[in-house]
Design a protein around this ligand. Structure first.
Ligand code: IPM
Ligand code: MG
Length: 352
């Protein structure tokens, strides 16, 4: 019997509510599919910061390193600056473990509706691959002459051949595995003439290794319109850290709700544990009300199981999720009145 050790970091806001629900569902699946899960929770995040002045202990990465995967909730609190909490935990893990591929599948789950008229689940079945360690989130930049009229702030987008080649190759590989074998490379190479042109050149050269993949290029602004107007022409998308951040929120909204969308922060070479999280974030407005949609956390758990090689359990979970989204047991973000606990119970029942 396979045994996996998972580090869970529920974090802030609704993170604990959805991650605890996800852990229950994972344990139910482990029982059914005959694998073992040892889940260890780490109380890192904003409360930890208030007590210790750090989002996680200084040896946090070393502590996480031996785990098979990380199951992450959300980070951010209203009384702390977002750039401090985010860089102190989530981005520290993404960069520290070189999780360079951020994978964001989007589709319209059974029973849910796109805000787009005439958009069926066949029309919107995408996977967005986000470069996750450099680009606009490189962390390079600075501020000088603070508070003076001549103050300067720079935020440097860094694109390396190494970084772009590996995400491009990863995206082509994913596209090749999907039935439509179609990849769209998104940049802004008309206005940004250095790093973005490097992306275009690397896309063209990596494409020659994947003759079965049909690929095209889009500028990011035009891509937003295409996602709304011609969703069925899109399959796999690769874009920079910031562009894909923005496009993936649009994608999730077009698929019905930000509350359902999952993410994997993947180290494809498996040198380090990969980290899985719902994309919705802390959601302070509904924290503690018991109405957070746990589906994003469950879909995230399915990505985690896939990554561990437990494909049957991952498929089983997705069909249980869709049995519930197709029913009337839904949280308020999906127009229902069910609580987190009720949706979790329904998914566990569907698994059994
Ligand atoms: C996401 C989120 C984060 C990001 C925020 C919380 C900084 O929007 O995962 O998409 O931009 O990476
Ligand atoms: Mg985002």
């Amino acid at each position: 019997m396979a045994n996996y050790s998972i580090a869970s970091i529920p974090g802030d806001g609704i993170g604990p509510e959805v991650i605890h629900a996800g852990v229950e569902v994972l344990q139910t699946l482990a029982g059914r599919h005959n694998f073992g899960l040892r889940i260890q929770e780490f109380p890192w995040g904003s409360q930890y910061f208030r007590e210790h002045g750090l989002m996680m202990p200084s040896d946090g990465l070393a502590t996480l390193r031996p785990f098979d995967a990380i199951y992450f909730g959300a980070v951010g609190a209203p009384d702390l600056p977002d750039h401090v909490t985010l860089w102190g935990l989530r981005l520290a893990i993404c960069q520290g473990f070189d999780q360079y591929a951020n994978v964001r599948p989007t589709r319209i789950l059974q029973g849910l509706q796109s805000p787009l008229r005439h958009c069926s689940s066949e029309d919107l079945d995408w996977i967005i691959i986000r470069e996750n360690t450099e680009g606009e989130y490189s962390g390079q930049g600075g501020r000088v002459h603070r508070g003076m009229p001549e103050e300067v702030g720079t935020e440097l987008a860094v694109f390396t051949r190494h970084g772009v080649e590996r995400i491009m190759r990863y995206a082509f590989r994913i596209a090749e595995l999907r039935p439509r074998k179609r990849l769209t490379v998104v940049t802004k190479s008309n206005a940004q003439r250095h790093g973005m042109v490097l992306w275009d050149e690397i896309a063209a050269s990596v494409a020659t290794e994947f003759p079965d993949v049909a690929w095209d290029k889009m500028l990011v602004d035009a891509m937003t319109a295409r996602m709304v107007q011609q969703p069925s022409t899109i399959d796999t998308v690769v874009a920079t850290n910031l562009h894909a951040d923005i496009l993936s929120d649009l994608a999730a909204a077009l698929a019905g709700s930000l509350g359902i969308a999952p993410t994997g922060n993947i180290d494809p070479e498996r040198r380090y544990p990969s980290m899985f999280e719902p994309i919705h974030g802390s959601a302070f407005d509904i924290t503690g009300k018991g109405i957070a949609n746990p589906i994003g956390g469950f879909w995230t758990a399915a990505l985690l199981l896939d990554h561990l090689g437990e494909d049957a359990a991952a498929k089983h979970l997705m069909s249980a999720i869709e049995a519930v989204t197709a029913s009337s047991v839904r949280t308020p973000d999906l127009g229902g009145s069910a609580t987190t606990v009720e949706v979790t119970r329904a998914v566990r029942d569907a698994i059994r």
